[in-house]
Ligand binder design. Sequence first.
Ligand code: FRU
Length: 485
Amino acid sequence: VNYMEPYRPQFHFSPDSMWMNDPNGMVYHQGKYHLFYQFYPDSTVWGPMHWGHAVSEDLLHWKHKPIALYPDELGYIFSGSAVLDEKNSSGFGTESNPPLVAIYTYHDPEGEKSGKNNFQTQGLAFSLDNGESWTKYQDNPIIANTEDIRDFRDPKVMWHEESSSWVMTLVAGDHAQFYRSLDLKNWELSGEFGKHVGAHGGVWECPDLFKIKVQGSDEEKWVLLISINPGAPNGGSGTQYFVGDFDGKTFVTDQIEHKWVDWGTDNYAGVTYSNAPEEKRIFLGWMSNWAYAQSTPTDRWRSAMTVPRELSLHKDKDNEGFELYGYPINQFDDIVSKKSSKSIEIEPGAKEVDDYDNLNQSEVRFETNSNEFTMELGNSLGESLILEFKKDTLRLNRSNSGKTDFEKAFGEIVQKMPMPHLDSIFEVRMILDWSSIEIFIDKGKYVMTSQIFPNENYGQLSFENKSNQIMSVQNLEVSEVKRTW
Ligand code: FRU
């Protein structure tokens, strides 16, 4: 495959062919980042789920691997996670060759059809050859669904150092549950979170719980990511987060309002790598939205992941709470061909227009002191994507960005992102691939990810100063991003 089909991402991960949704089982081991994903190999729409598999040494260049997990008599293989069982607590390997252990959800379609409520359970598989081959555990499921919970899924497992045990977070309809284990096989419920906190416009999915240092201090907090569908701020599916504490059994927060990992319509079910080097929190999300994911205008394959992002936690300006930043990993710079930068000043009401070869494989970066301006990315067909910065809000309008009519929910909404703690001079960084834009404001404090399907690549970039002061655009760099396939 040459990966040159219309809209095929040139430097994002996408499946070689057919349908993909959530990232699964993200674990680093022996120099390799594993990425498993929800995969249906027989069609470009959702179906009986498998775990597709790919590996990378730098999170940017990927190698496709054979399917890791196939559905079996217990059901389809839904989302889940993987860990390195370093001390061989499970006994599946040896101490000199510790197993990788994957824990995922079984979704039994027959059970669902028969009207039962306990058709989702948790299963386990292990690998003794760094992910090349997988063996399902003979006593699956490891967690049955004794309370008849309809949406009971997406286990995310981690090692909890303080209590020397494994901790699993999973979702149960409208809340998260925490389980503990010493051997990854026997699990005991230890706590719950969320029945009366957070956004509840839809079912809770794909949790992730992790400890993280607060930037610039020694303080440590716990972050809980929870995806919901529907109920995201700009419609359809999205991912909220909570900052709080975890005692090994349950999670608590004093945060009053939930926050969003990403304000765009197209970053869902994202979670972080287990065992990443230097304790980094590296995040990948599925760059789509259940509101239209199955009808986007691609042919041989569907969907891609976001660029890998490093998450970091910051005290907000007023020291009132915390903000989770997401910003491309440092190595991303390695695939950006930097050209010279320029700085421009734009008079009130004036518009600066520049032409480029192809913005749909580029990184655009600058700093500005203005919070009232409009940017437009356009092509010769008159299609354009509009970013409107006004006071502390960014509006992204893709209604005339290209193909939009495959689903009403796609073009209709002007995506809004409130930015209450914006610095007076802030960075705007945008990463565009053939069919996506990822916008990072103020070094990742505010993030917006969106799919786009222009009928011709954008080549025109304009800035219009909407304020009554001179606007300065400093260090404007428009660089090509190298393809990684
Ligand atoms: C999220 C999700 C998960 C589930 C999987 C099924 O997008 O609905 O909750 O495990 O997709 O493919």
